[in-house]
Write a protein that binds this ligand. Structure first.
Ligand SMILES: C[S@@+](CC[C@H](N)C(=O)[O-])C[C@H]1O[C@@H](n2cnc3c(N)ncnc32)[C@H](O)[C@@H]1O
Length: 231
């Protein structure tokens, strides 16, 4: 099952609630899954980012731990964290302050499901070398996936890449019984949520000028899907 150790809540929409640890005094939240996931995720991102320079946008940064960890390892990349929740923005800002890295920008409150992200008026770059979104689209309405791909279609550089991490159904089939159960539980809790299917994501990407170029299997039946611009 995706990212869930025994005895923990099955999915976390807001850190600091639902039995997850409260924030530290400075506002930093801690996601248990971060500690298990960041190294294998980084190995995949680094294959692309090494020897490149530019801006990277994270959608749904959550606690902010990934962006800080990745920024520490990639001084030629400027990282732009974002999330739609105020409590997560506070945590991202606190992790940024704690890390004191020159290549992490202040977090932006961004609802990825919005049709227009208004990046210019938020003082953000128009184009990104990379976009990274972990564990978001199964725990949000499909409109958020639509907004994500519309944004990637609009704001990825021609040589850019979108990385999606999480559990994914593969062309109509779950890749494990655990993910089938996880999917059913998500949909029971919120009928608008659910493990997304690679076929639907491929079609959505194509509608925005992107194509699914790589599926990298990850621990716990998760995967990273990489999308590039169509040639
Ligand atoms: C399960 S958490 C994952 C957080 C982080 N990416 C990680 O892997 O630790 C899902 C995140 O998606 C964010 N999120 C949900 N809907 C969103 C939306 N419409 N726009 C932006 N972020 C959203 C939540 O606030 C939360 O931070």
């Amino acid at each position: 099952m995706a990212d869930q150790p025994p005895g923990k809540p099955e999915h976390v929409a807001e850190f600091g609630k639902s039995g997850t640890p409260p924030p530290a005094a400075d506002g930093r939240l801690d996601a248990g899954a971060f500690h298990r996931n960041h190294a294998p995720i980084w190995a995949v991102l680094w294959r692309f980012l090494q020897n490149r320079a530019g801006d990277a946008l994270e959608i749904g940064s959550g606690t902010g731990q990934h962006v800080v960890e990745f920024a520490r390892k990639s001084p030629t990349i400027v990282w732009w964290p974002s999330d739609h929740l105020e409590s997560h923005i506070r945590s991202i800002a606190a992790w940024r302050e704690h890390a004191k890295l020159g290549n992490v920008r202040a977090p932006t409150q961004l609802d990825a499901g919005q049709a227009d992200w208004r990046l210019a008026e938020r003082g953000m770059p128009r184009e990104f070398l990379a976009m990274f979104c972990a564990n978001v689209i199964h725990i949000a309405p499909w409109a958020v996936a639509e907004g994500l791909f519309a944004g990637a279609g609009r704001h990825l550089r021609t040589d850019g890449r979108l990385f999606l991490y999480g559990p994914f159904r593969r062309d109509g089939e779950h890749n494990s019984p655990g993910n089938a159960t996880f999917d059913a539980n998500l949909r029971r809790d919120n009928p608008e949520w659910g493990v997304r299917d690679t076929a639907d994501l491929r079609a959505l990407a194509a509608a925005h000028g992107l194509r699914l170029t790589e599926i990298v299997e990850m621990p716990s039946n998760n995967a990273i899907l990489a999308f590039d611009r169509k040639p």
